[in-house]
Design a protein around this ligand. Structure first.
Ligand code: SF4
Ligand code: SF4
Length: 287
């Protein structure tokens, strides 16, 4: 017996491949996060200088990451087409409310009604800031002469103080809000630790006075003599002596400006103790 020479058998003709089979490119599927995984966010823009919007935009690629992965921006005068207020998880509010402007008063009330969480973004929304000094007669809107921080009209859940707040602080609050609503139990705990002092600042709101500054900052040895409190006081009730603020309590109108503007008023040991873990969690989210 000898082996049959297989190669000697006539070969069957091979059917030509269809062009579609040959040229088919390898498909690489990009993982797209469903919009349902994002939190819905709105941005109400009232009376201010637009510096907070600029600070938000100063996150550059970080802002794109936020919009791509975590935030479904439902309305915003500058960045989104839709401008009417919609039902959202979180609303950021920039600017104070001009009480001569009926539409602005309605706008802030509607924002509260349609938002699970309201964040006062920046000094004007938190405590009035420069708009408190307005006495009317501005070139483009001369009839508008009285402004109130949003906390005087609605309940506010989170304060982001500063004029303007740092881009990183705005970004971190947005990521923390996402982790709080959509994260794992551990992420929720870290986000809560991070947001708690900003929630407490909102809770004190515009009812804080120089006594709060004295009790919670100066007497705790936290004051660094920066002078922000004195600069923010609309009635000049604070002076600086020997590098420390001194309050004239008879002049104080309890507006909360000094307390909100003080960078140490929302100092928190919870944040300090968990700083590394909070920072790593936020940074990992932005990678
Ligand atoms: S009036 Fe001046 S001292 Fe009194 S709460 Fe306002 S900013 Fe502070
Ligand atoms: S703003 Fe706060 S840290 Fe700065 S001087 Fe006033 S109390 Fe001190």
């Amino acid at each position: 017996m000898f082996k049959k020479n297989v190669s000697a058998e006539p070969q069957k003709p091979v059917a030509p491949q269809k062009a579609a089979d040959v040229a088919k490119p390898v498909e690489t599927k990009k993982e797209v996060k469903p919009v349902a995984d994002k939190i819905t966010v709105g941005y109400t823009h009232l009376s201010g200088c637009t510096g907070c919007t600029v600070a938000l935009a100063d996150n550059y690629a970080g802002l794109l990451t936020l919009l791509d992965r975590y935030v479904d921006l439902k309305y915003m005068p500058t960045l989104a087409d839709a401008r009417h207020i919609q039902k959202v998880d979180v609303s950021f509010v920039e600017g104070s409310v001009c009480i001569n402007d009926k539409l602005a008063v309605e706008e802030i009330k509607e924002t509260r009604e349609k938002s699970a969480v309201v964040v006062a973004l920046g000094g004007c929304a938190c405590y009035g800031n420069i708009t408190r000094f307005s006495r009317g007669g501005q070139q483009n809107q001369p009839a508008q002469e009285a402004y109130l921080p949003i906390g005087d009209l609605i309940k506010v859940d989170v304060y982001i103080p500063g004029c303007a707040p740092s881009p990183q602080l705005i970004r971190n609050v947005a990521v923390a809000a996402y982790l709080l609503l959509k994260g794992s139990p551990e992420q929720k705990a870290l986000a809560t630790a991070y947001l708690k002092p900003l929630m407490m600042a909102a809770d004190k709101g515009t009812s804080a006075c120089f006594c709060d500054l004295m009790t919670n900052v100066i007497n705790q040895g936290l004051c660094m003599g920066c002078g922000s409190c004195a600069s923010a006081c609309p009635v000049r009730a604070i002076t600086h002596e020997y590098g420390k603020p001194q309050g004239e309590r008879d002049l104080c109108i309890k507006c909360g400006a000094c307390y909100n503007q003080c960078p140490r008023s929302w100092f928190s040991f919870d944040v300090v103790e968990n700083y590394e873990a909070i920072n790593e969690t936020i940074m990992a989210a932005l990678q």
